[in-house]
Design a protein around this ligand. Sequence first.
Ligand code: ZN
Length: 476
Amino acid sequence: MTQINPYNFVPLKSGPDRFEYPGRLKFHEDRYNGMLKCTLKALGPLISIDQRNPRLYQLIGNNGKPLKFTSGAKRGDLCKVDCFKFLRNSRGQIFLQGTSLKGMVRSVYEAITNSCLKLASTIGYNDVGGHKNTECNDLHNLCSACRLFGTIDGDKLHCQGRVVFIDAFLVEGNLTPEPPISNRSPSGKPFHFLKVLSSPQSRHHSTYGKNGQRNGPIAGRKFYYHHGKVPKFFVNEREACRSIAIEEFAPLGTMFEFEVYVENLDKEEFENFILALELHEGLGHKIGLGKAIGLGSCCITVDRDQSTITKGSGRYQDWNFMKDTTWYSLKKDKEELPYALIEVLRLNKEDDDGVIGYPTNFMNYPNQPIDARGVFSEDTKADEQVPQPNTANTGERLRCPIAVATEPPKEPAPKVGQDQEAAWLKEIYDNELVFVDTQDKEIVRPRQACQGKKKLQEVGKWFVLWGTTASRRVLY
Ligand SMILES: [Zn+2]
């Protein structure tokens, strides 16, 4: 099976553009203020741990006896790991921290607006340029995300964010101690062990460098793939010495509720903010622990009726008299999201032909770059580069397809606009794409007229065709 890396990168554009911090005054005309009422739904197991008081859990071996460390400085000592519960407040209420929600939405907003890499480690990459996290150090010159979500730079800069995320409380469903897989630890206790990862780190250029390059640009913004409803992770208790344990999590379907307060957002900020907050259907966010092993997938829905957004000019109008929800129409279309971002946020990644996860042997992490689909491959030097067909063994004529699909996609044909046509990609040639329409008729289109990255040109997938030459991949 093809190995798909647990994460991938959204490439950086040039920039970012920087502007003046607009302040927090609510009275400006044409500025958006108010409250968005949101629901967060777990789309698989989700864990935000209470780091304050882990209890120690003694690992038990297959023979039922306590495990001891067999190597390292602790050799001979009893093998105990930290065991965490879900986060609760002083009243025992289960919740997700507003700061976690804010960070999650910020990372998507950053990718949409080509903002700086505020929280990413960029050490070892010469070419981070304007995206360097130290470049937003002046109130008069901030990237989009720093202007909206806020930023701090020592004593020099205190820029308060204009979006405030309130903690999200559990409102539907319950935490469960049951593992999402039937397997249990040898001692019979339903623990999950999450391995502490030491590799790869951002200095591993083959993964984090653009096209695997050393001393070159960074690959981009990191996002973890979604694994599906039932991530298949299990660390044996015997092998859990370098791990932490989890004894409860929020299962699929659990709902949390929270509010976001927005202050003095201009139209474009508001548009991009709701685009990042409430992702379009088929895309999801990730929160909490264990993102790499498939935990934390979730989606946010904005409740229009319970939200109140007004423009500065209408601040004193009677909100109950005439409820205005026209602000919702400002949410941009899915097509406004960068292609690479859609690719890392899509919830059906598990349908790709491959296994999402770290390679089994961490010591032998592939020394190869990952391509646009997250697959380890040498053929990613440039998106434009077309692999040369290998004719040495087959003796076929040169014009053999680069890729072929024998069956149509399992997904039903997408709905298309009036002057468009749905067709699936059957064959890829150097300069041509061969599609099959819903009437089983073959249609040939020039490859260079296919919109989007070349890596998205995958056989056996649905495309939209229009005009006499154009085509575009349909992303679910
Ligand atoms: Zn910034």
